[in-house]
Design a protein around this ligand. Structure first.
Ligand SMILES: Cc1cc2nc3c(=O)[nH]c(=O)nc-3n(C[C@H](O)[C@H](O)[C@H](O)COP(=O)(O)O)c2cc1C
Ligand SMILES: [Mn+2]
Length: 474
């Protein structure tokens, strides 16, 4: 059964032994973030954390690490918690075949219980805000889904957008946003500013787990996130109209914040400890004026820690970064077998492919660099043969060790775009990109001395099953 709100999923996690309730009193800082920093170190079955006894707050509830392990990610997709990483990616690909599934408009949204409007808006009264990393410049909300429309074509559902963009709290009713230029909200804001307008936004916080997954999936500009949520859930995503902006928001959110990104205004935002494992620095970013907050009574503040990998952020944007890249490559090159883009949102991309002829793998690598997501992220692309599993890093290292000849197999393309946060860039936003061809040359490329490749014995697969069964019994 798909979950329609965060609380339903927290109960499900609890039932599976995947929710740790911290009932002892903790300090808001540093305890909540430090625990969330530590918890993924428990391994691929790490639990979510739930705090409801936070010193200095009355009735505060904070959920952390909700997506922060392969077990929790599997449960978010309604899979058994032991489902392997690669199997989760493959299932994601299968479910995407059902896309698009139209959302379902529902009455009486859960967040309609309480309202603050205009000058009464005070975000500090609604959320128990805490800082995450010790060099952060302020309080952040970094797991909310921001909803907006294309000002030139507002009723085109494909051009509507739901995306996770972290938000700095700058005042009782003032926020700041960081739209990475390749992302949909950056396009919306640019259009609004060209029209001399503000951009209305609705920020939905504390969502059913599939909403967070689709909101951080690099979908194409005209693909609608709720329609992917329906395909992943196996049931239409329940949505409701936000009262002030009319924007479509999840029906089950804990909190819905409405307002506008103010056109042509920028203020210093940051620093923030980023998913790259480095601080962003202080930069000029757009600001949001909040005009209305709707929320459930005693809302659960769903928050996300990021820092030195792997943290919750890495689990949340692992499978969902691999899958669209795989589909976009496969559409042009059916020889592509699998894509692993789960390191730092695809700053490194590993692709396995069959080869049509000599040089083909390099062309596949070039294509990665020109996909919409690749434009802003992929800086290093590793291409491996079809019999190498890109999710099996020892196999990828074997391919690099034996198939890659730096003379002829390394291509750098100078001065391509990358998001400004990429720390390795020569100047922010511009980097030389690298393709490493670690495939076996095929004619007319006759470099190397490969002879015959050793293959698994034909009986090995059967023995693996047999040994697995014996081990499970023991
Ligand atoms: C915790 C978290 C924080 C993120 N913060 C930002 C951000 O501040 N700005 C941004 O452009 N993308 C951010 N992203 C990445 C986008 O959510 C992701 O790339 C998504 O695919 C963008 O979708 P879009 O192409 O519809 O804009 C964040 C993702 C996560 C999981
Ligand atoms: Mn989008």
């Amino acid at each position: 059964m798909p979950h329609d709100d965060l609380r339903g999923f927290l109960d499900a996690l609890d039932g599976q032994g995947q929710l740790l309730r911290i009932t002892d009193e903790v300090l808001p800082e540093p305890d909540v973030a430090a625990a969330a920093n530590a918890v993924p170190r428990l391994g691929d079955a790490a639990p979510a954390l739930y705090f409801d006894n936070i010193r200095g707050f009355t009735n505060a509830r904070i959920a952390m690490n909700v997506h922060g392990s392969w077990a929790n990610h599997a449960l978010a997709l309604g899979l058994p918690k032991k489902t392997g990483t690669k199997e989760q990616v493959e299932e994601f690909i299968r479910r995407w075949e059902r896309f698009p599934v139209e959302p379902e408009w529902r009455e009486n949204p859960l967040w309609a219980e309480n309202t603050l409007e205009g000058d009464d808006v005070d975000i500090f009264q609604v959320l128990p805000l805490i800082r995450l990393n010790d060099g952060d410049g302020g309080f952040y909300i970094d797991k909310a889904a921001v909803v907006s429309k294309d000002p030139d074509d507002p009723e085109h559902s494909g051009k509507q957008n739901v995306g996770i963009y972290r938000i700095e709290v700058k005042g009782r009713r003032k926020l700041a946003l960081q739209p990475v230029p390749v992302h949909d909200i950056a396009l919306h804001l640019r259009t609004a500013e060209e029209r001399g307008e503000d951009l209305p936004v609705a920020i939905a916080l504390g969502n059913d787990p599939v909403i967070s997954i689709v909101a951080s999936t690099p979908m194409l500009y005209e693909e609608n996130e709720y329609e992917l949520a329906g395909a992943l859930r196996g049931a239409p995503a329940p949505i409701a109209r936000a009262p002030l902006t009319g924007l479509p928001v999840p029906w089950g959110s804990e909190v819905v914040i409405e307002g506008v990104v103010e056109g042509r205004r920028r203020e210093i935002e940051g620093p923030f400890g980023e998913f790259t494992g480095h601080y962003s620095g202080g930069r000029s970013m757009p600001v949001i004026r909040v005009d209305r907050i709707s929320h459930r009574t005693d809302p659960v503040f769903e928050h996300l820690f990021l820092g030195m990998p792997w943290t919750e952020c890495d689990y949340l944007i692992a499978a969902n970064t691999c899958v669209p890249l795989y589909q976009q490559l496969k559409a042009d090159f059916p020889e592509v077998q699998a894509v692993n883009a789960m390191y730092t949102h695809g700053l490194v991309v590993i692709v396995s492919t069959k080869k049509r002829y000599g040089g083909f793998a390099k062309a596949v690598g070039m294509r990665v660099l020109t996909t919409p997501h690749g434009l802003g992220y992929a800086s290093t692309v590793i291409v491996v043969d079809e019999d190498v599993d890109p999710f099996n890093l020892p196999q990828v290292m074997w391919a690099l060790s034996t198939k890659m000849n730096p003379s002829g197999d390394l291509i750098t393309v100078p001065n391509l775009p990358v998001m400004q946060l990429a720390p390795q860039a020569q100047s922010p936003g511009l980097v030389d990109k690298l393709i490493m061809d670690a495939t076996t040359p095929v004619p007319p490329d006759d470099r190397g001395h490969y002879g015959n490749q050793v293959r698994d014995l034909p009986e090995a697969a059967e023995w693996l099953d047999r040994l697995q069964r014996l081990a499970d019994r023991g």
